[in-house]
Write a protein of this length. Structure first.
Length: 684
């Protein structure tokens, strides 16, 4: 059954989303519809036409644009830069509102706070001037924020009140009462009734009307900024996928848009370019950086018959690949979809006013009416009874509810930032205290994320000048780790010539003393070398390290072990989390041998190795289904789905932008010690 997404404009709360949902569900031939308030969109499944869906949404009072970008006549907004335009417009409204609200609040609060006022605004004899000046300052704020009234009263009269309705009723009541008060004071001055003037002089609500509108607009602006982070993360994810591909058709190379590649096409992948499809290597050898998908920092050697994945990077050799999965069928596209769906499943913090708006407004209005009647029955005057009823409406306006989330974001971010911890929402700040399972990515989170030399055998390392001369000429990351090790220790390299790379095996070159070569254990066996080096290399491999063997023409000279090392503070941080009563799980795409070795060094409770990105999110869900609150900590693109799925996602600050944007908390100092600090701050 066909599925299509539509952009919705004008939604501001859960009540709005519910209204859109009901309107689209009522369209014939719509099998199902799912509104996403986070992305302001609706996914519709069924055979309904675009115009029918757009008409239903517009009829409910909102704008709607089909995903194909064809603006239908009924659509009330254009797709391009809608979010940016709304943010700009809200910012303008905030500036104008503040400019007029500040003097208004000064004038309104001065008599109560003992602050000075110009003589023209002081004293009972100037009450009308005092009140009318407030009215004039209030008008621009009301005018520039009039959409709350137009939308709020529209939905109220249609029997579907939302948060805008509450704002409109509360601030509108304050405004109307202020106008009534001006008339009452003018009447009192004209008839010498100074008691009437004095009563209304202290009962003006014009400042409340302006304050409600200004603070709600500020809250919505901060909320919109938080919502925009998800779309930014998705955009950055999509940017990682190559836009073009080089294919061989009819015997010639053609560069075409990546989306035009077909299953079965022969795709050319040159060094330094990203792979646009999932497929299998037909010819060539190379090292492919798969960190975007697996999170593993060490590139994987690829040869004929090996699989490759879209959005991974060909670092060195030339490859020709047979496309097996293209476009939305690739593993990388699956990661993108997982991030989008997981983010959408965690809606913005549901405000109480949004959830109960359907009954809250009529109940409040009923209470206000009862208040009016009771005071009238009790013998109070009409003006007093009216003022108490209006007070109920003003107090009931959900300005506190509307501001609770943005204020929590600001305060939480401020306090956390001083401790190197950035909370993105008040919800994340609260939920971090509930975590009882912490899942940690390996590469770049527990480990440094960069290969380093960990061991040299024999310990004297007399062969290192030859190894350095050989590896400095290779572009392989493992070779660069050896080169960096030698340079850091001031080892002088041996001059080499006739350097040659043996794809998937190692390297070879000529020196004055003869041929030197370096590579894998299997390469040395093929060359006929035997000896103690095999046992040494096997021991290194059991520890999760990659052994590089170096030999001359007749014998092996030594072995260098390279590995992604555990960060100095990781073990301490994990011990601290366990002391807090939390279960620590390491989730990695790396092989089980390396994973077990790292887990032993770091002291984690459980290990899940060989886990692909979609499986990482599944592991998180499995623990959640067991009743656990999961905190996921990661730094890579491959961690993004799990970060978005977890109850709280924490991104290492030195990680990718996508991981940071998908997370709820960012650990800016890139230290696992801050995970415990973030939880403690949340509990405090």
């Amino acid at each position: 059954m066909p599925e299509k997404t539509y952009d919705i404009t004008g939604m501001s709360c859960a009540a709005c989303a519910s209204r859109v949902q009901k309107a689209v569900d009522a369209v014939p031939e719509v099998a199902s519809a799912e509104v996403n308030l986070l992305t302001n969109s609706i996914k519709v499944t069924g055979d309904a036409g675009d115009q029918a869906v757009v008409d239903a949404v517009v009829g409910a009072g909102y704008g709607c644009i089909p995903e194909n970008g064809d603006d239908l006549p009924a659509a009330s907004a254009t797709r391009e830069n809608v979010a940016a335009a709304e943010m700009k417009e809200m910012k303008r409204r905030i500036i104008v509102s503040v400019v007029f609200m500040v003097p208004l609040m000064w004038i309104a609060m001065a008599p109560m706070a003992g602050l000075p006022l110009p003589g023209l605004l002081s004293g009972m004899e100037n009450s009308v001037v005092f009140a009318f000046t407030q009215f004039l300052l209030c008008l621009p704020v009301v005018a520039i924020n009039r959409k709350y009234y137009t939308r709020g009263f529209k939905h109220l009269f249609e029997g579907a009140p939302n948060m805008d309705s509450l704002i409109a009723v509360g601030s509108g009541a304050a405004l109307v009462y202020g106008v009534v008060a001006i008339y009452a004071m003018a009447y009192g001055l004209g008839h010498g009734d100074m008691a009437l003037v004095a009563r209304y002089h202290h009962d003006l609500y014009l400042d409340s009307a302006a304050m409600i509108l200004t603070l709600i607009t500020l809250g919505k602006y901060l909320e919109a900024r938080a919502k925009g982070r998800t779309s930014e993360a998705l955009s950055k994810l999509m940017d990682l996928s190559p836009k073009t591909a080089v294919v061989i058709r009819n015997g010639t190379e053609q560069e075409i848009p990546a989306e035009q590649v077909k299953v079965g096409d022969r795709v050319v992948i040159r060094p330094g370019t990203a792979i646009p499809v999932d497929g299998v290597v037909l010819t060539g050898n190379s090292a492919v950086d798969e960190s975007a998908v697996t999170g593993e920092s060490v590139p994987v050697d690829k040869k004929e018959g090996d699989p490759v994945t879209a959005a991974t990077l060909n670092t060195s050799g030339y490859l020709e690949v047979r496309a097996q999965k293209v476009g939305e069928d690739t593993a990388f596209a699956g990661i993108l979809k997982l991030v989008e769906e997981a983010s959408a499943s965690k809606a913005p913090i549901a405000r109480l006013a949004d959830k109960i708006a359907g009954v809250f407004v009529p109940v409040v209005m009923g209470i206000a009416a009862v208040t009016l009647v009771v005071w009238l029955i009790a013998g109070a005057g009409v003006s007093f009874a009216l003022s108490t009823a209006i007070a109920v409406l003003v107090i009931a306006c959900p300005c506190a509810l509307g501001l609770a989330t943005p204020v929590a974001i600001m305060v939480g971010t401020g306090v956390g930032a001083r401790n190197g911890i950035l909370y993105k929402s008040g919800d994340a700040l609260e939920r971090a205290s509930q975590g009882d399972v912490v899942m940690l990515d390996k590469t770049g989170t527990i480990t440094a994320g960069k290969p380093e030399v960990t061991d040299v055998w024999p310990a004297e390392g007399v062969f290192l000048p030859e190894a350095l001369g050989l590896e400095k000429r290779s572009g392989h990351p493992l070779a660069q780790a050896v080169a960096a090790y030698g340079e850091a220790r001031g080892i002088e390299e041996v001059a080499v010539s006739d350097f040659e790379e043996l794809p998937g095996r190692g390297v070879r070159a000529q020196t004055e003393a003869g041929v030197i070569q370096g590579g894998s254990v299997s390469m040395m066996r093929d060359l006929g070398f035997a000896g103690d080096y095999e046992a040494v290399a096997k021991a290194f491999a059991r520890e999760g390290k990659t052994p590089l063997v170096f030999a001359g023409e007749k014998a092996v000279m030594g072995v260098v072990a390279v590995a992604d090392t555990v960060k100095p503070d990781s073990a301490e941080a994990i011990a601290e989390l366990k002391a807090m009563g939390m279960t620590v799980v390491m989730v990695t795409g790396d092989n089980p041998v390396t994973a077990r070795a790292i887990s032993k060094q770091a002291g984690v409770d459980q290990v899940a190795a060989g886990v692909m990105p979609d499986d990482k999110a599944q592991v998180v869900q499995e623990h959640q289904q067991q009743g656990h609150h999961v905190i996921m900590v990661g730094d890579g693109i491959n961690d993004a789905p799990a970060l978005a799925t977890a109850d709280v996602g924490m991104a290492i600050g030195a990680g990718t932008d996508v991981a940071i944007e998908s997370a709820d908390v960012v650990l800016m100092r890139s230290s696992l010690l801050d995970v415990g600090a973030a939880v403690r701050l949340s509990k405090a």
